[in-house]
Ligand binder design. Structure first.
Ligand code: PGA
Length: 254
């Protein structure tokens, strides 16, 4: 009922030379059994979209401005990402929340912009280490979910990525029990927030996902895939994660 999704976030990494990694990834998964999406820097979106040819690889941006156009030097509208070939856009990544002071209301406005442009918003949320140690994880992610996911969110236009800030780029990963607790909580909360569509929204886990831990994470209930940073840059690192997700999907299929 929810197609599994492996999404890569290249962050501020990659030039046109990096596109050879995409060729290698597509060669390794010519007909993927899960949805595959790469979010390169905005400078590479058009080239990546052209490069995939007829391959079903999805292409995404890493951020967008809430407005469709205007005097916002350096910003990119969702419509522009769409025009360049993107079908997805990450909003509310913790690095943007921290580096650019983005709050939940702005993240929701960006997700609405993605929807307006006909794209899927990948809405990120997650607690800091301090919040977890204070026992506030569910309170924090619940508040972020309520305020960052806009009205009109559906399984077709929205993906949620749970990314504990302390797990991003650190090699530290929550236990599978901790992931299960948060994903189960988010699933229930989503249904309270958007009703029946809550059952169709994919919930990704993100934070230090690698080939070596992917299978264990993908076996957790309500984990529909992953948002992968560092390990998405090289085909040799991302491909085993995609393969683990394909195996999880195949096990679940009737
Ligand atoms: P990481 O990043 O996989 O490098 O930990 C995840 C993310 O920020 O999406």
């Amino acid at each position: 009922m929810r197609r599994r999704l492996a999404a890569g976030n290249w962050k501020m990494n990659g030039t046109s030379a990096s596109l050879s990694e995409v060729d290698a990834l597509l060669d390794a998964h010519p007909a993927p059994g899960v949805e595959m999406v790469l979010c390169p820097p905005a400078t590479l979106i058009a080239a990546l979209a052209a490069r995939r040819g007829r391959h079903p690889l999805g292409v995404g941006g890493q951020d967008c401005h809430p407005e469709p156009s205007g005097a916002h030097t350096g910003d990119i509208a969702a419509e522009m990402l769409r025009d360049a070939g993107a079908g997805f856009v990450i909003v509310g990544h913790s690095e943007r929340r921290a580096d650019h002071g983005e709050d939940d209301a702005l993240v929701a406005a960006k997700a609405r912009a993605a929807h307006r442009a006909g794209m899927v918003a990948i809405v990120c949320l997650g607690e800091t280490l301090e919040e977890r140690e204070e026992g506030r994880t569910l309170e924090v992610v619940g508040r972020q979910l309520d305020a960052s996911v806009p009205d009109g969110a559906t399984g077709g236009n929205t993906v949620i990525a749970y990314e504990p800030v302390w797990a991003i780029g650190t090699g530290r990963v929550p236990t599978t029990d901790q992931i299960a607790e948060v994903h189960g909580f988010l699933r229930d909360r989503l249904s309270a927030r958007i009703g029946a569509q809550g059952a169709f929204v994919r919930l990704l886990y993100g934070g230090s996902v690698k080939g070596s831990n992917a299978a264990e994470i993908f076996a957790v209930p309500d984990v529909d895939g992953a948002l992968v940073g560092g390990a998405s840059l090289k085909a040799a690192d991302f491909s085993p994660i995609v393969a683990a997700l394909e195996e999880a999907a195949a096990r679940e299929a009737p």
